[in-house]
Design a protein around this ligand. Structure first.
Ligand code: PAF
Length: 282
């Protein structure tokens, strides 16, 4: 497994693979890998001949006062996991080399990025789209795999790729959950024991709304208040609970077509997100 922080080196490797007629898949990550990431790696290995994992805690997607400095990191463990998943190369740029001094060019999606996480993290998606573009330029993959837990991010990246004619197929992997239903996230490592139990409320809330939906409820207000109730009982600080159109990410008041039920909360100092798709019955 090749491990490199050099853009020239990863690009040369990708070019060599392409010359040999091989398809290259990229799994972009910020490290501290878990089963969710590994499922994306497995997906890439099914779809492509070669898989590159990038590990880069991207400073430009963190706002002032957010958890850039405390974001969990364990490179040795990440490399062991990548190696055991038969990853072909790991790209680990350093922040100094990846963002040249005076970096002043941004890639910005301006519609889908505005609501949900974009409401409380105004520069977040600009950082994500910029770094993903840079990763695509460095690795030159044929395809990239992202997780559905970051549903808004996935949609923003799909829109960016479409709008800018970027020749990379985007594939999405399902949310992977712990045995108790908590969605896997690198940030779960920052929860203490009590907070970890409280974090179950996200999935409980989504399931409560899912149950109502199953029994025929279509009013967004009722579905949302079921989620909010579960979150309040766990003393989670709600950032948003929203039911939005799958493509538009605009709020819907009635479930007349499949819609995304998305949640973001703070539990202690840790921000967690989760989501599910609700489908109207009948
Ligand atoms: O989802 C993530 O881990 C990050 O937002 C990504 C896509 C690797 C960009 O930094």
């Amino acid at each position: 497994m090749k491990v490199t922080g050099s853009i020239a080196e990863i690009r040369a490797l990708s070019r060599q693979w392409h010359t040999e007629g091989e398809r290259v898949g990229l799994v972009p990550t910020m490290g501290y890998l878990h089963e969710g990431h590994l499922s994306l790696v497995q997906r890439s290995r099914e779809l492509a001949d070669r898989t590159v994992v990038s590990i880069f805690v991207n400073p430009t997607q963190f706002g002032p006062g957010e958890d850039l400095d405390t974001y969990p990191r364990d490179l040795d463990r990440d490399l062991e996991l990548c190696s055991s998943e038969q990853v072909d190369a790991v790209f680990i740029p350093s922040a100094d080399t990846f963002y040249a001094p005076g970096h002043s060019t941004w890639v910005e999606e301006t519609a889908l990025s505005k609501g949900l996480c974009g409401g409380s993290r105004p520069r977040h998606f600009r950082g994500v789209t910029t770094v993903v573009t840079k990763l695509f330029n460095a690795v030159q993959p044929d395809l990239a795999v992202f997780g559905r837990k970051d549903a808004q991010q996935a949609l923003v990246i799909q829109r960016m790729v479409r709008d800018l004619d970027i020749p990379v197929e985007i594939h999405l992997g399902d949310i992977i959950r712990e045995a108790d239903g908590v969605a896997m996230s690198s940030r779960n490592a920052r929860l203490n024991e009590v907070e970890r139990v409280r974090a179950r409320a996200l999935n409980h809330g989504l399931k409560a709304a899912g149950g109502l939906c199953e029994s025929g409820e279509r009013r967004a207000a009722v579905l949302l208040s079921a989620v909010e109730k579960a979150l309040r009982e766990a003393d989670a600080e709600i950032d948003y609970v929203e039911l939005v159109g799958l493509e538009s990410l605009q709020p819907v008041s009635e479930l007349t077509a499949p819609a995304l039920l998305a949640v973001a909360v703070r539990i202690g100092a840790t921000r967690l997100i989760d989501n599910c798709i609700l489908r109207p019955r009948g």
